[in-house]
Design a protein. Structure first.
Length: 112
């Protein structure tokens, strides 16, 4: 079942509610790549010992986060996911992800 963006509200007497909800969604602005401060790190906690590469610190809309995650997954040839400003790439591909981000203009990328 798909999640609804309106938070489960059934009825409201506020006539401007839909405009307010749309303004809140449109308020998210994605910073340009050269201003993003991304952290690339290796993680295996709570993943049954399987290693993943995390990209944290993305500031912007969820659509842009999903697009960046898709580019990274395709370039690395692995699976993964993206949510809450964090991209998870399956496998230990820290060096490759960091290099790709640098090539794409994310100059403030650091590895931990």
């Amino acid at each position: 079942m798909a999640k609804r963006k309106w938070g489960g509200m059934v009825f409201s007497t506020n006539a401007d509610l839909m405009e307010q909800l749309n303004e809140e969604e449109a308020a998210v602005v994605t910073l340009p790549p050269e201003q993003q401060r991304l952290t690339v790190r290796r993680d295996a906690k709570a993943r049954k010992g399987k290693v993943v590469t995390l990209v944290e610190g993305f500031e912007g809309s969820d659509d842009d986060l999903q697009a960046l995650a898709k580019k990274l997954k395709v370039a690395c040839g692995t699976g993964g996911s993206a949510k809450d400003g964090e991209i998870i790439i399956q496998g230990e591909v820290m060096e490759r992800v960091s290099g790709l981000l640098q090539d794409w203009g994310y100059t403030k990328t650091k590895r931990r």
